[in-house]
Ligand binder design. Structure first.
Ligand code: CA
Length: 231
């Protein structure tokens, strides 16, 4: 397993390099955010240990940059302050886990191994299907450059589709993911919400698959005004 350590403090970097090497990892060390981001994108690391406090750019910006560059290596953030804000910011930026300094080295290794087991699966922080963009951290949606204002339930239904692009979701799938157990399965609420979403994100975006459910299609704004077939 090859890991990247991004840490500017030479003492801490040396401890991490030595300790992780003893644990059997191949370890590369970067002392700046710029070098770290470059190495991470150029190489296929199994995991990245990233300090938040770096001289040129903070660790949050590094994670955002990596994810934007479609680098999905698992990232363990090292935060100096035990601040909830920092941890939330880091996880929202696309980090997978965090550890607050000072930490026990055994815990760092255990967390790193747990992250590596999950692998570098694609997990964008912002979901995009066609020209619809959804940011779960900010709970905001855009169609092209225009913000789309949704109610909480409309948002939940759309997020359900955005996480499964191209897949047909039945009424039952939607009910299971969006509503709680008290939902009256006989009601027509699912149809109502799908109808409302179509008005807001484009009527061609949510396709009815007869007898099965609905599917989110990749659409572009121009199709809203085209006559490329009705639902
Ligand atoms: Ca540092």
């Amino acid at each position: 397993m090859r890991v990247l350590v991004v840490e500017d403090e030479s003492g801490m970097a040396a401890v991490l390099r030595r300790g992780l090497t003893e644990e059997g990892f191949a370890v590369d060390v970067a002392g700046t955010a710029q070098d770290g981001a470059w190495l991470a994108v150029e190489n296929d690391y199994d995991g990245i240990v990233l300090d938040v406090m770096l001289p040129d750019m903070d660790g949050f910006a590094v994670v955002s940059r990596l994810r934007a560059a479609r680098c999905w290596a698992p990232v363990l953030l090292l935060t100096a302050r035990d601040s909830v804000d920092d941890r939330v910011r880091g996880l929202d930026a696309g980090a997978d886990d965090y550890l607050t300094k000072p930490f026990a080295f055994a815990e760092l290794v255990a967390r790193l191994r747990a992250l590596i087991r999950r692998g570098a699966v694609e997990r964008p922080t912002v979901l995009t299907v066609g020209d619809i963009t959804l940011d779960p951290a900010r709970r905001m949606v855009w169609r092209g450059a225009d913000e789309v204002v949704l109610t909480a339930k409309e948002y939940a239904v759309l997020e359900c589709f955005m996480r499964r692009p191209g897949r047909v979701l039945s009424r039952t799938d939607l009910i299971e993911h969006v509503w709680d157990v008290t939902f009256d399965a006989d009601s027509n609420l699912v149809e109502v919400y799908v109808g409302q979403l179509r008005k807001k994100v484009g009527r061609h975006a949510l396709e009815t698959v007869r007898g099965m459910g609905y599917r989110l299609r990749e659409t572009r704004l121009r199709e809203m005004y085209g006559d490329d077939g009705a639902d």
